[in-house]
Ligand binder design. Structure first.
Ligand code: SME
Length: 151
């Protein structure tokens, strides 16, 4: 398990090296997460545009395009500026079901100098899939994406 986490961070170091395009780096981050992390069914980005989260690069089934701040797990994480880990999405009021197979979810805000740029969202078909190791990994991925992005 930890090898998968290390492999992901290692891959991202290489993928982000010398590249500052935020969309390209988000696309590669979503693909690397999807490839390295087992038992997930969606991984991707939403970007905050005029107070609404808009779908960015992702892997998985097609997803809802616009999520207002405060709505669902993504909107909650963006509004609070804090990671939200949901062990059972059916027990989360307002959860937005993009893929009926999803059972647990983690959403990490993308923060630059305290300003929310968007979120990184990962879903799993397994209950309580995301623990402390995954949380620190995906927060590191989020920080790496922010640091790599010039726009
Ligand atoms: N479940 C999310 C919506 C995005 S999809 O999972 C890709 C939410 O409740 O915000």
């Amino acid at each position: 398990m930890h090898a998968a986490l290390d492999d992901l961070l290692c891959d991202l170091d290489g993928l982000f090296a010398g590249e500052g395009d935020p969309i390209a780096n988000a696309a590669n981050a979503a693909a690397a997460i999807f490839q390295h992390i087992p038992r997930i069914n969606w991984a991707g980005f939403y970007f905050l545009r005029d107070g609404v989260l808009v779908l960015g690069p992702f892997q998985g089934r097609p997803a809802c395009v616009r999520i207002p701040l405060g709505r669902g797990v993504c909107g909650s994480a963006a509004e609070r500026g804090e990671t939200v880990v949901v062990a059972d999405v059916h027990a989360f009021p307002g959860h937005i079901a993009c893929d009926g197979d999803s059972r647990s979810e983690i959403v990490v805000p993308l923060l630059r100098d305290g300003v929310v740029l968007g979120v990184l969202d990962i879903d799993s078909p397994e209950l309580a899939r995301f623990g402390a190791a995954e949380r620190s990994l995906f927060e590191a991925v989020g920080r790496a994406w922010v640091a790599s992005s010039r726009a």
